[in-house]
Design a protein around this ligand. Structure first.
Ligand code: GTQ
Ligand code: FE2
Length: 346
């Protein structure tokens, strides 16, 4: 599609209608309806060691209570100032140090936590508390009260993933704080996992939430699933072994707006190229390797974080057995019939 020619008469016309809150589609059509995704989102990698150092500095400047959440936002270099890691998603690294209380609040945005470092800090959601460790994937569903605390002797760091830009797009944000810093705990630890985490479901389930009833998908279980499946030695050319976290009640993704995945890349494996319309955030939890995104290569190790924009070619390569967690807006795109993927020739 070619750009429309400029003439003095046309320019005068555009100027005239501009005053009436009107514009000519033929001047903007090519930027609106592109032959393929043209994202401002750029590939990028953040080294966790750098983030940890900055977080420790932040810890001397502000408490979790004053900050409400002590988080460093991962800002996509192509989307600076918007608190976005992809066009539709927010990501940040949160630090909760011994004695911290991140006070209770709730909001329509859904959140996920993927634990990077530390052991035994807690998050509470809707009356249940869970102690977290590295590799755990923890969900804060939309509009549920949540607060974080750390009664251990070491700091904890996790990756936050939220659908903030999506909720912003729909102008559907609601939030409130609580009078109490910490909510009342009404359920024993492990209650949701006991009820929903063993291929069993309460016989008369009356839940209406579209979010998984499993609060914490513990890494010990996730890792065991990967390790067992490894024995069959069947690998997907594009993904190695990639699983999605699922809602046991529906079989759908664990969260309505964010798809979450775990993948094992065995030692020496190099994936075939792949691209998809869901810009994706990755967190390496184990191993060492590199990911090529478009023309750039990013070296990663444990806890490093990187982002792949929509429709850019990706290949991963692992030097040792490696585990990658990832999340994207795939559940939304699939429900709207917008999701596309391209496996190259694989
Ligand atoms: O932990 O409740 O990174 O509400 C951004 C918003 C974390 C949280 C974030 C939040 C939280
Ligand atoms: Fe929150």
């Amino acid at each position: 599609m070619e750009a429309v020619q400029k003439t003095p008469e046309r320019e005068a016309f555009y100027k005239k209608i501009d005053g009436q809150n009107l514009s000519a589609l033929w001047n903007v059509m090519n930027d609106l309806i592109t032959p393929e995704p043209k994202s401002a989102c750029r590939p990028h990698l953040w080294k966790f060691d750098d983030i940890r150092a900055y977080m420790n500095e932040a810890g001397k400047l502000i408490t979790a209570k004053e900050a409400e959440r002590r988080v460093l936002v991962l800002e996509n270099p192509g989307l600076r100032g918007q608190s976005k890691i992809t066009t539709s998603l927010f990501a940040g690294v949160q630090m909760v140090v011994p004695g911290d209380i991140a006070p209770a609040h709730r909001h329509s945005q859904s959140a996920l936590r993927f634990v990077l470092e530390g052991k035994g800090a807690a998050t509470a959601v809707d009356g249940e508390r869970t102690l977290m460790e590295p590799g755990d994937f923890v969900i804060t569903p939309s509009m549920t009260w949540h607060d974080h605390s750390n009664e251990t002797s070491e700091p904890m760091f996790w990756l936050d993933g939220l659908d903030i830009p999506m909720v912003q797009f729909f102008d559907a944000s609601f939030a409130e704080g609580s009078k109490e810093d910490q909510q009342q705990i009404s359920k024993p630890a492990g209650d949701s996992f006991a009820r929903y985490g063993h291929n069993l479901l309460p016989v008369d389930t009356k839940r209406t939430s579209k979010t998984s009833p499993i609060f914490n998908y513990p890494y010990s279980h996730t890792r065991e699933a990967l390790e067992q499946a490894k024995n069959s030695n069947e690998w997907d050319a594009c993904h190695g072994l990639k699983l999605k976290f699922s809602n046991p009640e529906t079989g759908d993704f664990a969260m309505p707006t964010i798809g979450t995945f775990i993948q094992l890349l065995p030692k020496g494996f190099k994936t075939a190229r792949y691209r998809s319309t869901d810009g994706t955030v990755f967190a390496a939890i184990e191993g060492k390797g590199r990911t090529r995104i478009g023309e750039q290569t990013f070296e990663w190790g444990p806890r490093d974080l990187f982002v792949v924009p929509s429709w850019q070619w990706v290949t991963h390569e692992a030097d040792v057995d490696s585990v990658l967690f990832s999340f994207s807006d795939r559940p939304v795109q699939q429900k709207l019939d917008l999701f596309r993927e391209d496996r190259g020739n694989a």
